[in-house]
Design a protein around this ligand. Structure first.
Ligand code: FAD
Length: 399
């Protein structure tokens, strides 16, 4: 069979939040962009995320306003504009799980921390919550600690993916299973990506937003930098065995004495409407390689320790192993900002946070347009199927 040749302006590889956001914006700007996804839309880090649109407060828990805090500080407002239909992506149909996140400490905070949290630098990002405004879980007379509200919404990621992908889903394509990816080049300039013997897609420019898959793509082109790092997590999930005693929905960081939250809990809903607590933070970072029995016992002990006044219902447990894929840093530290590096007409990108996807798309659009991108006319006729949406963890994890 002769190879089918498809043409487009830009090929983007990887349909997580990074690829989808860029793809949506480029098509809306009048370019023709094709997004290739070899599994399902959002399946990797994006559908594993907690959906928190960080504004950086979490990175200020050491009392210092770091680069990370400043870079990410504008993101909640950017997403809010999209949620109101006034941003670069229309998210009016996406579900908001919580308008704010909470940060609680079992004990009163040291006065130095209280003044820092109340300082001008953090104003607008966090406020103390008056006793009368506390959610039920923190109304208990035995809770004598501190409670702050962070100006960071938590979003239902499947609905976000649907809102971003749907308008352009016919340009989100699934290459044939296990097709070997090769490249057609003139010198260092890439002309086309070939998928097995069947398909060739010609484009002016290529963008890699394949998360962990970026390394394989870089290797296939023999590009030596940037290098990738993987930071693994074992996230913990639990839900009440009896739906009649469902866990309360909370979206909160538990603060100990360290500079990272002991635990970050977000709440999601399985198809029966039962609340699933999805727990990250230290427990997930230090839980890599532990058995389910071990990590769920630790998580149960942790919940007793951080919510001592709350009587937990009988719980069902699960866990989820996933890597964070990022540009390599010294000592495997967390990168501060969205990352883009260009190599001729190939642009390699990691958002490093879901919240930074809008910022990443700005950087990529700048890199693409600086590289003489032109809007061309292209046929929509081809034999590649469209990619389907990935499944959520809330049902999958307990099977
Ligand atoms: P991914 O979501 O990993 O997507 C990459 C896509 O590329 C996948 O769909 C994959 O199938 C596809 N792919 C790979 N190779 C190929 C190939 N050769 N051809 C075609 N397709 C390919 N950030 C926040 O801001 N807030 C949070 O609350 C938050 N929580 C997190 C919780 C966890 C447990 C983890 C792991 C991360 C969290 N993050 C959070 C970080 C955030 O999820 C990631 O930074 C973001 O989702 C990365 O998006 P991405 O599009 O780069 O990658």
């Amino acid at each position: 069979m002769p190879r089918q040749v498809i043409t487009t302006d830009i090929v983007i590889i990887g349909a997580g939040i990074a690829g989808l956001w860029l793809h949506h914006r480029l098509n809306k700007l009048g370019f023709h962009a094709l997004l290739l996804e070899n599994k399902s839309i959002g399946n990797a880090q994006t559908l594993s995320s907690q959906g928190i649109i960080h504004g950086g407060a979490k990175y200020a828990l050491n009392g210092i306003l770091s680069n990370a805090t400043q870079a990410i500080g504008t993101m909640p407002a950017r997403w809010q504009a999209c949620l109101q239909g006034q941003g670069d992506v229309d998210l009016t149909q996406a579900k908001v799980l919580a308008k704010h996140q909470l940060l609680w400490s079992k004990q009163q905070l040291a006065s130095k921390m209280v003044s820092f949290f109340a300082s001008k630098a953090l104003s607008g990002r966090m406020q103390t919550v008056a006793k009368s405004d506390r959610p039920a879980l923190f109304q208990h007379r035995k809770f004598k600690g501190a409670l702050y509200q962070l100006d960071e919404p938590v979003l239902d990621i499947p609905s976000v993916l649907e809102a971003i992908a749907k308008p352009w889903q016919d340009r989100i394509l699934q290459p044939p299973n296990n097709a070997n990816i090769t490249w057609q080049k003139t010198g260092e300039h890439i002309n086309a990506v070939q998928m097995g013997d069947e398909f060739e897609i010609q484009a002016q420019q290529f963008v890699f937003t394949a998360g962990q898959g970026n390394q394989t793509l870089l290797d296939s082109l023999n590009i030596k930098t940037p290098k990738m790092q993987l930071r693994p997590l074992q996230m913990v999930l639990c839900k009440a065995k009896d739906e009649q005693h469902a866990l309360p929905a909370i979206y909160a960081h538990s603060l100990g004495s360290g500079s990272k939250p002991i635990a970050t809990i977000t709440s999601h809903f399985d198809t029966n409407g039962n609340t699933v607590w999805y727990i990250g933070g230290n427990i997930a970072e230090q839980g890599v390689g532990k058995s389910l029995a071990e990590i769920s016992q630790e998580a149960q002990d942790l919940l007793h320790a951080i919510l001592p006044w709350f009587e937990l219902p009988e719980l069902e447990w699960s866990s989820h192993n996933v890597n964070r894929a990022e540009p390599k840093q010294s000592a495997l530290s967390r990168p501060d900002t969205a990352f883009v590096e260009s190599n001729n007409n190939v642009h390699i990108a990691w958002p490093t946070k879901l919240a930074l996807a809008p910022d990443l798309s700005d950087k990529l659009i700048e890199a693409l347009t600086n590289n003489d991108l032109k809007a061309g006319k292209h046929s929509e006729q081809h034999a590649l199927p469209t990619a389907q949406f990935g499944k959520t963890l809330w049902d999958q994890a307990f099977k």
